[in-house]
Ligand binder design. Structure first.
Ligand SMILES: [Fe+2]
Ligand SMILES: [Fe+2]
Length: 512
């Protein structure tokens, strides 16, 4: 119910006002002056105060000022007969809601009170609307925040998925993952330096992480080959951009990602693969990745190749730019990017044991005969390339145990038995080499056995006296085996000076 406090020191007027107001449906209390009114206000809530001006102890103006500072929500209507002293504007400026001069009609009082409550209703309605609006705005903001957080989580998940795909490939070839991570960071930095929009930089990064994903389709013999590719290897290797791009074309990925994967080996003059695209059809994103890809491959350290220095790699890229193969501007920006940052600082950590085991497997897969486990000649070149051999600093000896009457043996014993005999002889030679290494070899000596289509080759770097002991053991084993199986062998050895080319040495030995 609407509550009104009537304040007047004239008891009769007070009673009359209360009566009128109660007849209008208001709940009323009365007070004889400002002091009593303050006490009433402390005890109960009121919507409106109807107050006289001239009163003892606390007059109407003092009461008005007290109400406005302590109860700003309460409306005050001043009723006075002293209209010469209290004018409307003074009352309103002091915070009063309205003014009634005595004598007054009850209709005027009713109208003014009705207006106050009508306005209150309107204000309350507006306040409710504002607060509903604010609440809705807060909900909208919270929803926006949720969507932004969900988008961020989605982006992180997508980035993770791309990294995971790259990592999956690394389980077959861990260098590919390291390569992809570096290519992604190089490309990202070039993109930022070129002022590309953030969204395109993200596309670049994701595409780079998976740009070589098509290598999952390459057979181990080629993918893990720790040496130069031949024409056939290269032909097979060249399918990887198409295989990779196909994976991303069929799914709901951004088409720019599939484009980068498919065309990262294209060259501006059309000499690249798989489609021989040229010039403008290769956008800036794929041009960046092509340069980053080449640079990383140049400077990366791998067990099967020597890394180039940053300057050598940049010189070569500048030359390729002059030849119209890669984008000149991208190479210039790469140069700037590399001034205070080195991509080789990105290095994927692998457990040392895992690396060793994986590297051994690679060598086994590529360098060892699958059935016998003997290392082949390519392994000898690999050891030389990776400086395991000390021939550049020390003389070395090569011993070849060729079997001259193999065609006759095949005729006599058949292919399977002949090959078994050869394997057995090789095993004996291997035992002799291992025994020599265990008993006589020093930490610096390198004595190893290699097999090549039925022949065996021993590479030895050790003192001359030790070589004699080794060759005596080898000859004894050969003599026994040849006697047993009636095979002829003419072992032949030759010593070469330090620094002598391994290739030349082998050619000379095989010619004898
Ligand atoms: Fe590639
Ligand atoms: Fe690559």
């Amino acid at each position: 119910m609407k509550r009104v406090l009537v304040v007047d020191d004239d008891l009769v007027i007070c009673k009359v006002l209360v009566k009128i107001l109660e007849s209008l449906g208001y709940e009323c209390e009365d007070a004889a002056d400002g002091v009593e009114a303050v006490a009433r206000l402390q005890a109960a809530d009121f919507d409106v105060i109807l107050t006289d001006m001239m009163m003892p102890r606390m007059d109407g103006m003092q009461l008005l000022s007290h109400v406005k500072s302590s109860y700003p929500g309460v409306d005050v209507i001043v009723i006075t007969g002293h209209t010469d002293t209290f004018v409307y504007s003074n009352i309103i400026n002091a915070g009063g809601t309205d003014f009634i001069s005595k004598p007054f009609e009850s209709d005027e009082l009713e109208a003014k009170l009705s207006r106050i409550f009508r306005e209150r209703k309107l204000i309350q309605g507006l306040e409710n609307e504002i607060s509903e609006h604010l609440e809705a705005e807060e909900k909208l903001l919270a929803a926006h925040r949720e969507v932004a957080a969900a988008n961020q989580a989605k982006d992180l998940l997508i980035n993770d998925l791309y990294a995971t795909m790259g990592e999956m490939l690394s389980k077959r070839d861990h260098y590919t993952f390291e390569h992809a991570t570096r290519v992604a960071e190089i490309s990202k930095r070039i993109g930022i330096a070129l002022g590309l929009p953030q969204e395109e930089v993200e596309i670049l990064e994701r595409a780079c992480l998976v740009h070589d994903i098509g290598k999952v389709a390459i057979p181990d013999d080629i993918l893990l080959k720790p040496g130069q590719f031949d024409a056939q290897d290269r032909k097979l290797m060249r399918v990887h951009p198409r295989v990779g791009a196909d994976l991303f074309t069929r799914k709901h990925h951004d088409s720019r990602i599939a484009f980068i994967i498919r065309h990262h080996h294209e060259r501006l003059n059309g000499s690249g693969y798989p489609d021989g695209l040229r010039g403008d059809s290769l956008g800036i994103l794929v041009r960046i990745v092509a340069v980053a890809d080449i640079y990383e491959a140049f400077v990366a350290r791998r067990p099967y190749k020597k890394p180039m220095s940053k300057d050598e790699a940049l010189d070569l890229l500048r030359m390729e730019a002059r030849q119209g193969l890669v984008d000149k501007m991208v190479v210039t920006v790469l140069d700037e990017v590399l001034r205070d940052w080195d991509p080789l600082t990105i290095s994927r950590e692998f457990a040392a044991d895992y690396m060793v085991d994986l590297e051994l497997f690679r060598r086994k897969a590529y360098f060892r005969e699958p059935l016998t486990g003997f290392y082949n000649y390519r392994y000898l070149y690999f050891l030389d390339d990776t400086h395991v051999l000390g021939r550049r600093e020390r003389p070395f000896e090569l011993l070849l145990t060729n079997f001259v009457d193999l065609p006759e043996c095949y005729r006599r014993m058949g292919q399977i038995l002949t090959e078994q005999v050869l394997d057995e002889i090789g095993q004996g030679l291997n035992d002799a080499v291992e025994e020599f290494n265990a008993q006589e070899g020093s930490g610096e000596d390198v004595v190893r056995l290699f097999s090549r289509s039925g022949d065996y080759l021993i590479y030895a770097e050790c003192g001359e006296g030790q070589i004699d002991h080794l060759f005596i053991a080898i000859s004894a084993h050969l003599a026994r085996a040849c006697d047993e199986w009636q095979i002829s062998s003419h072992p032949y050895s030759q010593r070469f000076g330090k620094g002598y080319s391994l290739e030349k040495a082998l050619t000379e030995l095989l010619r004898c």
